[in-house]
Design a protein. Structure first.
Length: 96
């Protein structure tokens, strides 16, 4: 499982629609469908129920979404912390 897969899954769950999620992510809808299918294979569980209204998370999809939200938030926090540490390090070097 990769972060990009979680981002794509999260967008699909939020929009409840593959086409709108793909548009937000600037990717083709078939690529998004393929990512979701790979995640379903990896977990051995259906993550969405596809119906006329769009997508609805299954219980397993809801569980993954909870973790995806936390993992992606932590990833953003880590990137921000590293970036901030670099800025502090550069400022310290300039002060010397």
């Amino acid at each position: 499982m990769e972060l990009y897969q979680l981002r794509q899954f999260q967008a699909a769950a939020r929009h409840k629609n593959m086409t709108r999620a793909a548009s937000e992510l600037c990717i083709a809808q078939p690529a998004l469908s393929k990512t979701i299918h790979k995640l379903e294979e990896e977990f051995g569980a259906q993550l969405f129920i596809r119906n006329k209204k769009g997508l609805e998370c299954t219980r397993q999809g809801e569980i993954l979404l909870e973790y995806a939200d936390r993992i992606l938030a932590l990833s953003e926090d880590a990137a921000r912390a590293v970036s901030e540490s670099l800025e502090i390090g550069r400022a310290s070097c300039r002060e010397r």
